[in-house]
Design a binder for this molecule. Structure first.
Ligand code: UDP
Length: 217
């Protein structure tokens, strides 16, 4: 890869976890090739790396720059991804060195797979997907754009997850069938530890075991 400056966008909790993965993926780069980008914390140091504001990152003289967006909020991720593309910055695909990916897996740009994540076979995933530690996606799943898996999400086979859905820590999603996949609708939120046994409508939040819709008060 012809890149001379690598940015981890988001100098917060998740960014701190992602920076070491990025460094491990590009061992040939010197330490000063890595920076955080953060619009709220520019001018500080985080774990020894400088935190640049976005304008400052763009102003750096390096010609080839690439970024991973390490921010769990998918709406922010989309906003930043569009801006980075407009500014001609490359999007990185980050894989922890123990991520397992089996056969016929198609993954869009800007993805981020943390340690101990697994994708089995025949899976399609859209852009800017995040799989936090210990998550898996099983066979024949179809995942949209800007989907976020918190740690330890267990997504079984034949599940379709639409754009911007957020799946909380430790959630378990029951498998669907080829003719009737279990569908998590656009922008839905699955609460931590939920056991999802049936499809979730777009925009709904579900919690519990078996997962039920949390009615807004
Ligand atoms: N942030 C940013 N630009 C934006 C929105 C957010 O730089 O347009 C930064 C924000 O300042 C914060 C980080 O992204 O430092 C998000 O951190 P948070 O703890 O909310 O999320 P997490 O690390 O858990 O994904």
């Amino acid at each position: 890869m012809t890149v001379s400056l690598i940015g981890v966008y988001g100098a917060s909790g998740f960014g701190k976890e992602v920076m070491p993965l990025v460094r491990m993926q590009y061992p040939q780069f010197s330490n000063d090739s890595f920076v955080f980008i953060d619009d709220g914390q520019a001018g500080t140091l985080l774990n020894g790396y400088p935190v640049l504001g976005y304008a400052e990152f763009l102003d750096r003289l390096n010609t080839d720059k690439a970024v991973t967006i390490a921010i769990a909020n998918s709406q922010i991720r989309e906003k930043l991804a569009i801006r980075l593309t407009q500014d001609g910055i490359q999007h990185l695909n980050i894989r922890a060195n123990n991520t397992v990916i089996l056969d016929e897996v198609d993954i869009g740009e800007g993805s981020l797979f943390c340690s101990f994540t697994c994708l089995t076979s025949n899976i399609k995933i859209g852009k800017f997907f995040h799989a936090n530690i210990y998550s898996y996606v099983a066979h024949d799943c179809v995942i949209g754009d800007y989907v976020t898996f918190a740690p330890s999400v267990k997504c079984n086979g034949n599940v379709h997850i639409e754009d911007h859905a957020y799946i909380g820590t430790g959630a378990v999603i029951k498998q669907g069938t080829p003719d009737k996949p279990l569908v998590i609708g656009k922008g839905a939120v699955v609460g931590m530890g939920a056991v999802v046994t049936k499809s979730v409508p777009a925009g709904a939040t579900v919690i519990g075991n078996p997962a039920r819709i949390l009615e807004k008060k």
